[in-house]
Design a protein. Sequence first.
Length: 206
Amino acid sequence: MNSQQNVVHIVDDDPSFRTAIGRLLRASGYRVAIYETGFQALQNLPNDERGCILLDVRMPGLSGLQLQEHLAKMRHPLPIIFISGHGDIATSVRAIKAGAEDFLTKPVTKDALLSAISRALAHYDEGHEHVARLNSLRALISTLTPREHEVFALVVLGRLNKQIAHELGTAERTVKAHRHSVMEKLRASSVAELVSIAVQIGQPVA
């Protein structure tokens, strides 16, 4: 994908750093968006463009770690690369455990920075594909009737047709018909595929 379609969001209170990194990234073919504070970034970061965030740790007002926490609660899709002149092991471990893509220490080399951005963009793509897949599965699930929902839930819990019929108070042949319909609507060719779908959408399985 052309890097001009990618935006690197720089969140740092150091104007000289913002200018230098912005210039480097533009020369490398990226679009750049600059934020002087964490609050400014929180209010303006888009969630519908491919990109990533270069985030300073220590900033007045909202710190980098606090901004990361806010974005996580919002389920914001942009991966975060921390870049700090005050990096320490405890801070970097906390950032990575909270989902940061990388933690770089200033001054950072061009190669290290561009490599981290490349990994972050790949991670963005993985997340985007995962969300698209979930949305597609949920759309298929929404086509099930209430009774088909019940049958689906019991099938992935490992119940046999006879057991499902008993639990739902219906005939086994009716369960078989519902089960067949569920398989068709969810485009599954086996119970294993139904279980996989259930796992992906967070539904209990056997």
